[in-house]
Design a binder for this molecule. Sequence first.
Ligand SMILES: O=C1O[C@H](COP(=O)(O)O)[C@@H](O)[C@H](O)[C@H]1O
Length: 249
Amino acid sequence: MTELGGNFNNDATVIVHDSAEDLASAAVGDFVRRAEEAIGERGRFVVALAGGSTPIATYELLAKDARDSVDWGRVHVFFGDERTVPPDSEDSNFKMANDALLSHVSPASVHRMRGELDPARAAEEYERELSEFFGGERPVFDLIHLGIGDDGHTASLFPNTDALDVSDRLAVENRVEKLDTTRLTLTKETINAARAVVFLVAGEGKAGALKEILKSDADPHEFPSKLIRPAGGPVWMLDRAAASKLEAG
Ligand SMILES: O=C1O[C@H](COP(=O)(O)O)[C@@H](O)[C@H](O)[C@H]1O
């Protein structure tokens, strides 16, 4: 594991692991440590999980290795984004996390985005659920896991889409023309209010986008992951392949 030196956009901390397996193992350690700290200080750990395929290794390992190191009864699970599909679809972010991890968590503590509903209604329902959970205050997650796409999107904040400029919502539906679909996503405001935001990124296919996000002055509308600027800066956990263009300078 190496922490990369140098100046990265948004005060990011960038940690590189030798392999995707090492990355997953470190992400599990990070999750366990943050859960312990949050539960010790506030009695609960509120996390939003990432979607896609990259976090599967982490969530499976978390289920296997951290069974006894996390007080799962005090863990509350939300999601950063969702596809507009039913929860049993292979494309569902909820299904991925449920299959990999969520057997440890009481169903009452799992708050999924309802991808099977009309997207505008699903986003409003998620906002209501967030508001109720956080007692009417602005949601402050203890941890938000994110991934990126090779186009620089994160959660379902895709390049040049309407959701990027929304600042008065907690979650929104977001039309993604290039995929001819609509997604559900937390807004950048909600993500940036978290106590910690950790990106999990593996594979050479992400290396070009990462260089733009972390090093360039490109417009954030082109690389929406640049909009993620929580206090203290995001943490980027990468494998060596994803970091290859950063290390090259
Ligand atoms: O569509 C999505 O893509 C990104 C990246 O997914 P991956 O399969 O390349 O890991 C993901 O972070 C996001 O949550 C998801 O909905």
